[in-house]
Design a protein. Structure first.
Length: 504
């Protein structure tokens, strides 16, 4: 089966019409061959990224600047004890013929065996002669390394629509349990026989059924009812949710729109109400005890109104309101399933002007650029402002962590100049470009959760924008800042690799 923690190239022989791997008539169940996957875990786990099933957290990091901009995906096993890296044309990930969007990734448990599986998006892949149509390579986690699963492309039989040049299927990915959502922001729909709407975009959601001949038990498209050219829906995705941060909404340019669907029948949508909000630039979806299913959507260039009281002069005591551009907000939605169309109900708006959130709204902070949630002992919410200035260092970046789901819950500021944090803030770090909260997965320790913070513009060993991931360990209600450490690209920092642009 290959080296432990390595890559086991075992093509999946099961009949999967959904992947274009089967004959026109599906075979009888007796003809289905299930690949052998050695997973020591027992059942699906949604709180821990654990590819080898050993009960200890693993990490996966995107390196978009690697391989001349084609990207790479690096897996770090069990506290960094060993590493596997995937690149286009490496024998596992198909080669791409032209430069384009780099590799992306998502984690899920497609076969529900307890070992985390890895989906790698290849948005520049040529599908059947169709340039940059895109693809997704599924890799099953196992004790012996990854088992290569099916290559999913837009031309697979059960996926809605045909492959299109520049579709970029796999541009964004999101996984939850055995469900995978794939963004295709370059897709151009034809509505009611009219001319195609260029790059309106879509997302495809699919639920895997490892033992089904079809490969799926459900597949559906998420599309805007009234698409506009250049919407690019699917630029950002969450499970069953697609966002178009630069879409026009309510007549406002780059307001941003979100579409949500749980089936092929109904799609609910919500758009920003101001020019340049860029609603949906980041998404995080989770179930929060006492709250229900919640979607947090970042609008990092949203203006924030700040009201202050004049302290001196003839207008002393008068309230004055000003707007701060590009300060950023996060909007919290309830996802309501009804007999009709699904509904996204705006429940709260969070900014640095909100009670208990540290700091003040400042131009260029871009609060809401990244969001992550985790439902552990207490619900956790982390939001980044990678454009924030820290002790005079522009765009050094900061992260805000809330413990608890109530509006009165305490927030904690984390930046690289906070006492106990490894390293120090420097100009242009953009600390917090990516965020991920995970279960502890460290038996015998007092760690309750782990917070990963991507710093892709960090210099490493004199290599500009080599990037790092900083890890904070959470004990009780706060991260143990004295326990932070770094992940750096295996083999050392590489200039402009931007290691840590995404992390899980």
């Amino acid at each position: 089966m290959g080296l432990v923690k390595g890559v086991v190239v075992v093509p999946v022989a099961m009949s999967m019409a959904a992947f274009g791997l089967a004959a026109a008539a599906p075979p009888a169940a007796a003809d289905v061959t299930i690949p052998t996957i050695n997973c020591p875990a027992s059942g699906s786990s949604t709180s821990l990224v654990d590819f080898d099933g050993d009960g200890v957290a693993d990490a996966v990091v995107a390196v978009p600047g690697a391989n001349g901009g084609m990207g790479a995906i690096e897996v770090r096993y069990s506290r960094g004890t060993s590493t596997t890296t995937f690149s286009p044309g490496d024998g596992v990930i198909p080669a791409v013929t032209a430069a384009g969007p780099p590799l992306t990734f998502a984690t899920l448990d497609a076969n529900y065996d307890g070992c985390t599986d890895l989906a790698i998006g290849i948005p520049s892949y040529t599908d059947g002669g169709v340039a940059a149509a895109g693809a997704v390579q599924l890799l099953y986690g196992s004790k012996d390394g990854f088992v290569t699963g099916p290559l999913i492309t837009p031309s697979n039989a059960s996926l809605p629509g045909d492959a299109q040049a520049g579709e970029h299927f796999g541009y964004a990915l999101a996984g939850l349990s055995n469900e995978l959502t794939v963004g295709a922001p370059g897709w151009s729909p034809t509505v009611s026989g009219a001319q195609p709407t260029p790059r309106a975009g879509e997302a495809i959601a699919m639920r895997f059924d490892y033992y089904q001949q079809s490969g799926f038990d459900n597949v559906w498209a998420i599309r805007k009812s009234f698409p506009h050219a250049g919407d690019r829906l699917g630029t950002v995705v969450a499970p069953s949710i697609a966002a178009a941060p630069t879409a026009t909404g309510h007549g406002k340019n780059h307001a941003g729109c979100i579409a949500w669907s749980t089936s092929t029948a109904d799609v609910g949508a919500y758009c920003g109400h101001h020019d340049n909000d860029r609603l949906g630039a980041s998404l995080s979806y989770s179930y929060v005890a006492g709250v229900g299913y919640a979607l947090f959507a970042g609008a990092p260039t949203h203006e924030v109104a700040v009201t202050s009281v004049v302290k001196h002069g003839k207008h002393k005591g008068k309230k004055v309101t000003r707007t701060v551009k590009d300060a950023g907000v996060v909007e919290q939605f309830a996802l309501i399933r009804t007999a009709g169309s699904p509904t996204l109900k705006l429940e709260a708006t969070i900014s640095q002007g909100s009670p208990r959130v540290p700091g003040d709204p400042t131009k260029g902070n871009e609060f809401g650029s990244a969001i992550t949630t985790f439902n552990g002992k207490k619900p956790l919410l982390a939001i980044s402002a990678p454009g924030a200035k820290v002790n005079g260092h522009a765009h050094a970046g900061a992260v805000f962590l809330r413990v608890g789901a109530e509006r009165s819950s305490p927030w904690q500021l984390i930046d690289r100049d906070v006492k106990g944090v490894a390293s120090a803030a420097t100009t242009g770090d953009r600390f917090g470009t990516a965020l991920s909260l995970a279960g502890r997965g460290y038996p015998g320790t007092a760690i309750d959760f782990v917070l990963y913070v991507g710093v892709p513009n960090d210099s490493v060993g004199g290599n500009a924008d080599a990037g790092r991931v900083q890890i904070f360990y959470g004990a009780g209600s706060k991260p143990r800042l004295t326990g932070s450490k770094f992940l750096t690209e295996h083999g050392g920092g590489v200039a402009h690799a931007q290691y840590g642009a995404a992390v899980d």
